[in-house]
Ligand binder design. Structure first.
Ligand code: SAM
Length: 496
């Protein structure tokens, strides 16, 4: 590939094959409801006012398109459009879409610049636009194209999800990225080789007690994490000339021109200020002169390096009754085996409040019987948990958000949707495994394994172990007639 179509974005190596649960409409709608904002798919909001049958969802910079493919398979009612300028990414995704027989997905090889002008009317108006790990990886010019594209195509009430590297959380470690990128610019040949050289240098500096690292624990930790990074990750994460973390207030300002307002976080827990900040810190954030600066002050408190923001074009508040109705109808499914150990949940304020964490096991006990709505959980727990009081429903919401953050629970589609999605999801998973693993293949084939498989139950990707994928491949290859036990969890999650 020549460099001229890349706009400084390193494209001489393909990106890793990632899935991102935050991109799905169900996930985003729920995050917005938690934040008290009406989601694009509000019941009663007329569909078809622009001719589309159901919601239209657009992903910009889709990489290999796995999140988009899983959504298309699990939500035949959604029109999925996924864009990337790297032809290898789009070609691979198109091949998977064809193999899975998905007819509701359009995978477009295009540059954001073409779509921002869109003189040919390539894109319809959309309800959702999603960008995971794109906005602060591309240069200033491309960011402008993204904002213009959203301004032209996002419908009133539509939601834009952007995850991006943010400041001040990234400030201490920016010099790590500088050397990686500078080596990539200075050395001829493949970026991956230049990245390796720069990584070795950084680790050597770390080991030799360079002052930058001795005075800077966050930078040392980040450099240390480079040890295990694969070449595609190293190149795509760090080696773009336009890479620039941003303050939330700057991103909010960029998107204000597209008439977008910050509405909430796709990290569900972040919509509960008391889970992120002390009372005094919350008051300091609340005293900021604008919402954008309040969020930015929050970032100084948490020092997080990545934000997962949802902006809405013309947000409307949900009143308390609407919010309770929406959240009460939310269905949840347990992702692990019943009785599996819980991960260690770390929040910026330390371990969750015991009033919240005491609900983890009762929630999982109810969900061991199958998916349940939040209203079902409230009804059940109010009868069975000691000292259930007026604040307990709020604690339950927080417990659920924390369990979801830890990939212990996920939002779940309705039974009719699951049934409609199963055939397409199975075909997609078959195609994915055929693409990366055949039963009995040598272990190095695992390098190409997807981290997740599509799920008709969650409408996205669910983590699957190498053993589960091997068992599934053997089952589909006809080597195992009855689904083995290893597949019971995947069957429950609508993967097989
Ligand atoms: C860091 S990767 C993220 C990919 C994917 N969203 C993920 O998180 O796995 C950024 C993606 O944006 C694409 N990209 C960068 N600049 C672009 C542009 N100007 N137009 C279209 N796609 C672009 C790249 O090819 C790459 O796949």
């Amino acid at each position: 590939m020549t460099a001229d179509w890349t706009r400084g974005y390193a494209s001489d190596i393909d990106y890793t094959r990632g899935w991102y649960r935050e991109l799905s409409p169900l996930w985003l709608d729920t995050a917005l409801a938690l934040a008290g904002v009406a989601p694009p798919q509000e019941p009663g909001r007329g569909q078809g006012d622009d001719g589309a049958q159901g919601p239209v969802w657009l992903e910009l910079g889709c990489g290999h398109g796995l999140s988009a493919l899983a959504l298309a398979a699990a939500r035949p009612d959604v029109t999925v459009i996924a864009v990337d300028f790297n032809p290898t990414h789009i070609h691979g995704a198109q091949r998977l879409a064809r193999a899975a027989g998905l007819s509701n997905i359009r995978l477009m090889e295009a540059d954001f610049a073409e779509l921002a002008e869109d003189a040919a009317g390539l894109l319809p108006p959309v309800d959702y636009v999603a960008l995971h790990g794109v906005y602060t990886w591309v240069g200033e010019e491309s960011r402008g194209h993204i904002a213009r594209l959203i301004a032209r195509r996002l419908k009133p009430g539509g939601a834009a999800y952007l995850s991006y590297n943010c400041l001040p959380g990234w400030a201490a470690a920016m010099p790590v990225q500088f050397l990686l990128n500078a080596y990539g610019q200075a050395l001829p040949g493949p970026k991956a080789a230049a990245g390796d050289q720069a990584r070795d240098l950084l680790l050597h500096l770390l080991n030799q007690g360079a002052g930058y690292f001795t005075g800077n624990a966050a930078a040392s930790a980040r450099a240390d994490r480079l040890r295990g990074a694969t070449a595609p990750y190293l190149v795509h994460e760090y080696m773009h000339s336009g890479w620039r973390p941003a303050y939330h207030a700057q991103v909010a300002d960029d998107l204000a021109a597209a008439k977008l307002s910050y509405a909430g976080s796709a990290a569900w827990v972040e919509n509960f200020p008391d889970l992120m900040m002390t009372r005094t810190q919350q008051d300091m954030a609340a005293a900021a002169p604008t919402r954008a600066l309040a969020e930015t002050v929050k970032d100084y408190v948490t020092n997080q390096p990545l934000r997962r923001d949802i902006f809405v074009r013309g947000p409307l508040a949900l009143d308390a009754r609407q919010r309770v109705a929406r959240l009460g109808a939310l269905r949840l499914v347990a992702l692990g085996e019943p009785g599996a150990a819980l991960p260690d949940f770390t929040l910026p304020l330390g371990p969750p409040d015991p009033e919240v964490s005491r609900l983890f096991h009762p929630v999982l006990a109810v969900l061991a019987g199958g998916p349940a709505t939040l209203a079902d959980l409230v009804e059940h727990l109010a009868r069975t948990v000691a000292d259930w009081g007026p604040d307990s429903a709020g604690c339950l919401l927080r417990a659920v958000a924390i369990l979801v953050a830890g990939d212990v629970l996920a939002p779940c589609l309705a039974d009719a949707q699951i049934q409609a999605a199963l055939p397409g999801v199975r075909r997609l998973n078959q195609a994915l495994l055929a693409d990366s693993l055949v039963a009995g293949a040598p272990l190095d084939a695992e390098a190409r394994l997807p981290e997740r498989l599509a799920s008709a139950v969650t409408g996205g990707g669910v983590l699957a172990s190498v053993e589960e994928m091997r068992a599934l491949a053997a089952h589909w290859a006809g080597e195992v007639v009855m689904p083995p036990d290893a597949l019971s969890r995947l069957a429950r999650l609508g993967v097989v």
